[in-house]
Design a protein around this ligand. Structure first.
Ligand code: SF4
Length: 356
């Protein structure tokens, strides 16, 4: 458990991100976490590089709804303070925080304050003896490091942990995770570390995290991007949606457009995605430029639009032809947003009735 969020077993795959504000700037950190919450994040990690940051956690956790993971490196005291101040999980490598006494102190704090632990192995910061043994960072070294940290926790009878084995190289990370999944059944946190900017990082993460998830490996994910954390959350969800593992918000199916388009598909889709960002109800809509693919795609969607001649487009509901939309009467975007909002309210009411 990370706070009230289950990780592992049959629990839904969770999406995480990490703040990039100064943690002790509580207002900025809370604002960033809130923005990520609006995008659907399940768990947020914050760095605790100094005592000021671990102290700030106390105020931060009070103001947010998602559980907070404290990112700790080297300083065992920050781990103890973070647990005391409301962190739901500590990202810490027990083998890297010094003497056994220190490790025990952190584990005791985690236990006392109901805090789980993420062991975070990273190809870039492997133990010296493993680098000497293997010559360079490699999947075997990463997994050996991970198992070593796991053993420390298990020997102290601490079992509320998960593990990650990240590398910036997609092949190395995937091989390490595959090996790790064969050797442990503890929950696995997936990530391609230092993956790059929005476009590069999304591609690398989709290949790495995506192929692992497809193979049934992984319980929680973080897409690392040199970009706004909200983008990490959005990309994480898109990945899960594409794999059919989680459904949240509107899945827009759209054609790339070409000379046959009967309206500006690219502009419409881009405005539409912004205008529909507040919808959390899972739903699919198709926005297709012409009759070549429009009617076919609409068959599989809740709401569909196919561009037609003379500014008159066809609207479908539940795959069935519904009505025509004449541009000028109302813009495509306004019309679709209204339809999606109504459909979302209808779906939500139905699921409430079912729950009752
Ligand atoms: S659906 Fe029509 S407009 Fe869209 S890419 Fe295909 S042919 Fe072009």
């Amino acid at each position: 458990m990370v706070g009230n969020v289950p990780v592992g077993g049959d629990a839904p795959i969770t999406v995480q991100t990490m703040t990039n504000t100064l943690t002790h700037d509580v207002a900025a950190t809370v604002a960033q976490i809130k923005a990520c919450e609006a995008a659907g994040v399940d768990i947020v990690r914050v760095s605790c590089p100094d005592a000021e940051s671990s102290a700030a956690l106390k105020d931060i956790v009070k103001q947010v709804n998602v559980p907070i993971v404290a990112d700790i490196h080297f300083h065992y005291k920050r781990g103890v303070e973070a647990a005391q101040n409301g962190a739901a999980c500590l990202r810490i490598n027990p083998g890297n925080i010094g003497s056994e006494e220190r490790v025990k102190e952190v584990i005791k704090a985690a236990r006392d304050y109901n805090c789980s632990i993420r062991i975070g192995v990273n190809a870039g910061s492997l133990e010296r003896d493993l680098l000497e043994k293997y010559g360079e960072p490699c999947p075997d070294a990463m997994v050996e490091s991970g198992l070593r940290h796991i053993k420390i926790l298990q020997d102290l009878d601490f079992h509320n942990f998960k593990i990650s084995c990240k590398a910036s190289d997609v092949f190395m990370a995937v091989a390490a995770y595959q090996m790790l999944a064969e050797q442990t059944d503890c929950p696995i946190h997936l990530g391609i570390t230092e993956a790059g900017g929005l476009r590069t990082g999304t591609v690398k993460s989709s290949i790495g995290i995506g192929s692992l998830l497809w193979a049934g490996i992984g319980d929680t994910i973080r897409v690392s991007l040199s970009a706004d954390p909200v983008e990490e959350v959005k990309v994480g969800f898109e990945m899960l949606k594409a794999l059919g593992l989680r459904h949240r918000g509107v899945n827009v199916i759209a054609c790339p457009s070409c000379a046959r388009q009967q309206f500006d598909v690219i502009k419409t889709v881009s405005t539409l995605e912004d205008r529909l960002a507040h919808i959390t109800t899972p739903m699919t809509i198709s926005v297709i430029g012409c009759v070549v693919n429009g009617p076919g795609e609409a068959l599989m969607t809740d709401i569909g639009l196919t561009g037609g001649g003379k500014g008159t487009h066809q609207i479908y509901i539940g795959g069935q032809t519904a009505h025509r939309l004449r541009e000028g009467d109302e813009s495509i975007v306004d019309h679709l947003v209204k339809m999606v909002e109504e459909k979302a309210a209808e779906i939500d009411a139905k699921s409430k009735d079912k729950a009752a």
